[in-house]
Design a protein around this ligand. Structure first.
Ligand code: GLA
Length: 380
């Protein structure tokens, strides 16, 4: 078993490609991930979302990969992915049909788990559509969790209940690695803001080892997604930066949703920010806490304790105008009598931009943010 369970990092087909998922796309994306340095940064999972299978099971009741999309089958794809040090994810649903109408795993849990294990799958996104009314999501997820465990292969369970049925109260005990807690993301600021706001009141959900999944990233989609449900306007670079900073600070899975073959410029920089990735992948996986900003309901501060004794501090402005966002270090626990001060290293420039015993502030543009790595030091 893995020694340390951190928020997964990878790429998923859904946000950009919708039903146009294929072996060719996955292999090309894998090459791009390696060439552009994503693999070295920890983005290891290539995840097939919905629409990879045929619309009906075969005569033996098994799922069949669509041969037009996957001419060499899933096993060959998994082998190719493993040969490059990457991992393969697949998608199914605890109902009788997936959300897009393909066969679901209801009452086929053990067949499907065995099939995924034989193919060499490493990760299962498990959706929640078309369920029989009389069985709870909890039971259905416990079933698939047991089915996966019974194969003897280590397959991550990434569940997707959109935050229903008080999922946070039971999900960790199923052994799932992640659970979707929100509706589907769209490529616009409104969607990012509403997902983030829904999380700010329940920051402790994302416990170590079972992470609250805020849905896949839309950074780099730039209003060009082929998925009509996701393609809803696009965001500015500032908004994409804030989106990534929030997901990183909140221990959310970092699953790319863009066309990695084409991503470049600012989007590439955002997705490859080493400090934000380090904060997200910190081994202690502490849930952050929030500090309100006096007199400004659209601004807030997030603080996450890191395992090396430092702090990640994020300043956020959800408002539509510039805002001076200030954090009182008193609110984090620093006292004047400590004779300590806190240094602030900007995550984007990597420069130390300030050091203080009392407060720190920055002027942020609309929907903007800044995250700092902060260390305590003796006052001279
Ligand atoms: C649901 C999920 C999405 C995606 C689609 C596929 O809507 O929440 O993330 O997997 O199904 O049909």
């Amino acid at each position: 078993m893995s020694a340390m369970i951190l928020p997964p990092m990878g790429w998923n087909t859904w946000n950009t490609f919708y039903d146009k998922v294929s072996e060719e796309l996955v292999l090309e994306t894998m090459d791009a991930m390696i060439e552009k340095g994503f693999r070295e940064l920890g983005y290891r999972y290539l995840i097939l979302d919905d629409c990879w299978a045929l619309k009906e099971r075969d005569a033996q009741g098994q799922l069949v990969a669509d041969p037009d999309k996957f001419p060499h089958g899933i096993k060959a794809l998994a082998d190719a992915v493993h040969a490059k040090g990457m991992k393969l994810g697949i998608y199914s649903c605890c109902g009788v049909r997936t959300c897009a109408g393909y066969p679901g795993s209801f009452d086929h849990e053990y067949d499907d788990a065995r099939q995924f294990a034989q193919w060499g799958v490493d990760y299962l996104k498990y959706d929640n559509c078309n369920r029989p009314n009389h069985i709870s999501s909890e039971i259905l997820n416990r079933r698939m969790a047991m089915a996966l465990r019974s194969t003897g292969r280590e397959i991550d369970l990434a569940t997707c209940q959109w935050g229903t049925e008080a999922v946070q109260s039971w999900i960790a005990s199923t052994g799932a690695r992640t659970f979707r807690s929100t509706v589907d993301i769209q490529d616009n600021w409104f969607s990012i803001e509403s997902i983030a706001r829904s999380r700010l009141e329940r920051l402790s959900w994302s416990a170590c080892g079972c992470f609250d999944d805020m849905d896949m990233l839309v950074v780099g989609l730039n209003g060009l997604s082929m998925n009509p449900e996701v393609n809803q306007g696009g965001c500015t670079d500032e908004e994409y930066q804030t989106h990534f900073a929030l997901w990183a600070m909140l221990n959310a899975p970092l699953i790319l949703g863009c066309d990695v073959r084409k991503v470049e410029g600012r989007a590439l920089e955002i997705l490859q920010n080493k400090t934000l990735i380090k904060i997200n992948q910190d081994p202690a996986c502490k849930a952050p806490f929030k500090i309100p900003v006096y007199g400004n309901d659209d601004a807030f501060v997030l603080v996450k304790l890191l395992s090396d004794g430092t702090y990640a501090i994020g300043l956020f402005n959800f408002g539509d105008t510039d805002a001076n966002v200030s954090v009182e270090l008193w609110d984090i626990g620093l006292t004047l009598s400590s004779n300590l001060r806190m240094s602030f290293r900007d995550c984007q420039t990597n420069d130390i931009v300030g050091s203080s015993r009392e407060h720190f502030s920055a002027v942020l543009p609309p929907h903007g943010s800044n995250v700092y790595l902060c260390a305590l030091e003796e006052c001279k």
